[in-house]
Ligand binder design. Sequence first.
Ligand code: ZN
Length: 461
Amino acid sequence: MRLSFHGAARGVTGSCHLVECAGTRILIDCGMYQGGRELDEENAEPFGFEPSSIDVVLLTHAHLDHCGRLPLLVKRGFRGEIVTTAASRELARVVMLDSGHLQEEEAHHHARRSARHGSRSQAQPLYTAMDALHAMEHFGRTARYGERLDLAPGLAATFYDAGHILGSASVRLELAEGDHSRSLVFSGDLGNAGRPLLRDPVPPPHADLMVLETTYGDRLHKPIGPSVAELHEVVETTIARGGNVVIPTFALERAQELLYYLREGVESGRLPRRLPVYLDSPMAVSATEIFERHAEALAPAIGARLRAGHDPFHLPGLRFVRETADSIALNRLEGGAVIMAGSGMCTGGRVRHHLRHNLWREESSVVLVGYASHGTLARKLVDGAKTVRIFGEDIRVRAAIHTINGFSAHADRDELLAWHAAVAPDRTFLVHGEEDVMTAFAKVLPGHPPRMPTLGECFEL
Ligand code: ZN
């Protein structure tokens, strides 16, 4: 019985962990590295194991840093089964297809740029949209929260609601090899309790070992109420002074949560009834439609509302923007609108165009509502950069920059500690956190000091 770490080891992205037991090899997530060129290049490296030797992949949720290398895994020889929840399967399809398209586009741009310089580009996409579709063919059984799935002799898995994004799960594995048995919990990404759309995270029963995420292991979140009030105030004052509000946003969960809160602002009369809101992201639009189809994965009150025909994301002034031409048309908006676009960390996507057109205008606002890892454009804005480089142009930052932290989709330090205490493992491995954060969290975690595995490190269980 062995556990090895092939991503999100002393870093936040690229989640990928391997469990070997009684001749079966199980992967927990196969995510992409994100955040800057150096990390991007990591994605093309060998996995650290032979893809064709993997029997099953258990997918905790559909964020790119957890499912983004699945098409590559299939392309490199994986022939087994991918198991996840119904909502995660639908979301992962959208996320992987988008990623495949993006990589094809990038390779294409690279080739054209090289051609203009008189050379030939060797750049190949990591995988294509077609590869993403091939990966979909490997999705097999559907996991339901609390239901035990037999994966192989001596190996069973149970998914528990992680309350992080729609369909997200923590996974408890029961392993047996000869007369040796072990239980092992993977937290996946844990949600922040008390949010309106999802249930609170459900800790699995006790396990011997735990692999725990630590994204926000060194801080406490502000309560959500003041964050919503701040969002409403920024929108209200920016619209009043004739600017636009640009919100770089993750397409899954955050976009839907913001729509939900903007709708609340409109319903309470705080925001103008016909406030123009543009959701400028084909992926966020598709994700919103998936939310509307999965009442079972939502918080009970929202699920009941949906079943009764009340769409919790509907706003009178809401426009879904799928086409590129319609997105470009938004550049002409002088003021008075809320523009939500990806990517959340501003590393790519349509939001960079909106930032280019609004950052230099002091009447506009940029609202940062998500995690921003080191080296990303979002992080530079959070840190108060006076100028930023977008599409090779230096842009002065004159817009009001607001960082609103209460919307986090991740558990904070105390929530992680409480969840860990509920499972009460004998040994803990920390993953999915920046190294300084993880070190700070390790100091406050009671019991046996946790391990902080490095990439490729392997442990006998
Ligand atoms: Zn996540």
